[in-house]
Design a protein around this ligand. Structure first.
Ligand SMILES: Nc1nc2c(ncn2[C@@H]2O[C@H](COP(=O)(O)OP(=O)(O)OP(=O)(O)O)[C@@H](O)[C@H]2O)c(=O)[nH]1
Ligand SMILES: [Zn+2]
Length: 350
């Protein structure tokens, strides 16, 4: 797995090549970012892995920061020369005003949107994922897992197909290598993919089946030069089929992003109705003066849509809380590191 890869194997293509001047061609080394840390980036070049300093373009400090999947141009120095324009980018607006946009992953080719043929299946959520993929300029593929456990897998497949004619749907048993291999056409040489979907839908199972090796949730164990297994921080992993899997916390949280905007867009009519409920904290169940229930009873509103809206809104409330909580913890940790670093640096300054 740590054997050097050619540029093409790393995902290099004309789109990136064209961004180099003739005089840069022989001099600068293209490098793909495989992990982002506070103080350094892990990259892969044709000659193997390297560590360089984080990079931010002066022209665009907001979006011009190198993230996982990005292409950088290097000299022998640890300071990258330039960030190449991206073919695609997953980013996320910060939940708080004034904070920087979070860059999640760059230069993905395919986003596998995974859901199961069971209660996880949710058309609205799928639509939201597809919208995110479109926004990032990445091709989405809907993957329906657990067909082996569903009595009526066809009805899920039909519903998924009905969402968009432009989106391919693959229905499979994630545990069966022969069926999982139907995703291989998207995971070929130099292709970069990622999996998104709720917890428990079979993302790890699919990756395991595709890589035919045990992958721990915390990190992928890769053999080092001596054949020892070491857990690396790498966030971009090579698949045996020649593709690259991007697996980062940000990617895993993608489902939670900008959900509020999505809910407003998909269920704006219901949210508006809810404003007319007698009680501000109306659960739209048995409260008197519930405008939402009244609309359902009058046949103006579909109960199934109301249920979907309530489930999504509840999920969003839960997720926002957990993300906010995690960010609080991250910030506390970040501060601790910063304090420790400045304590170490202080003697040199004086
Ligand atoms: N029978 C069957 N079981 C499946 C299938 N896909 C996943 N499972 C099982 O469902 C459970 C959850 O699968 P995971 O692969 O851990 O789900 P995940 O999406 O990675 O979940 P998180 O790591 O929490 O995000 C495991 O016990 C799998 O064995 C499938 O297609 N068929
Ligand atoms: Zn109500």
């Amino acid at each position: 797995m740590s054997a050097p890869a050619t540029l093409a194997e790393l995902g290099w293509r004309n789109f990136f090549m064209q961004q180099l001047d003739v005089d840069e061609l022989g001099v600068l080394t293209p490098a793909r970012v495989t992990a982002v840390h506070r103080a350094q980036l892990e990259v892969l070049t044709e000659d193997g892995p390297r560590e360089v300093l984080p990079y931010a373009s002066e022209d665009d400090p907001e979006l011009g920061r190198a993230t996982v999947g990005d292409w950088l141009l290097l000299t022998d120095s640890v300071q990258p020369v330039r960030l190449l324009e991206r073919a695609s980018l997953f980013k996320r607006k910060p939940p708080l005003e004034g904070r920087r946009t979070q860059l999640i992953a760059a230069n993905l080719d395919t986003l596998f949107v995974v859901t199961s043929c069971n209660r996880d299946f949710n058309v609205a959520r799928l639509e939201r994922y597809l919208a995110m993929a479109a926004d990032a300029e990445v091709t989405p593929v809907i993957v329906l897992t657990k067909v082996d456990q569903a009595e009526d897998a066809d009805s899920f497949i039909d519903q998924a197909r009905a969402i968009s004619r432009d989106v391919q749907v693959e229905a499979l048993n994630a545990k069966d290598p022969a069926q999982a291999s139907r995703l291989l056409p998207w995971c070929g040489l130099g292709q970069t993919v990622a999996f998104v979907g709720s917890s428990g839908v079979g993302k790890s199972t699919l990756v395991n089946t595709l890589t035919d090796q045990a992958i721990e949730t915390q990190g992928i164990r890769e053999a080092d030069a001596r054949g020892r297994h070491t857990t690396t921080h790498r966030e971009m992993h090579r698949l045996p089929s020649g593709g690259w899997l991007i697996d980062t916390p940000g990617m895993r949280e993608l489902q939670l992003t900008d959900v509020q905007a999505g809910i407003e867009e998909l269920f704006g009519d219901i949210e508006e109705l809810a404003l007319a409920c007698k009680f501000r904290d109306c659960a739209h169940e048995s409260e008197p003066g519930c405008a939402v229930r009244a609309a359902v009873e009058a046949g103006a509103l579909d109960q199934a849509r109301v249920d979907r809206w309530r489930k999504l809104a509840a999920e969003e409330a839960h997720n926002t809380a957990t993300v906010a909580e995690r960010h609080r913890r991250d910030r506390a940790f970040g501060k601790m590191v910063k304090d420790a670093m400045s304590a170490k640096r202080r003697p040199d300054r004086s």
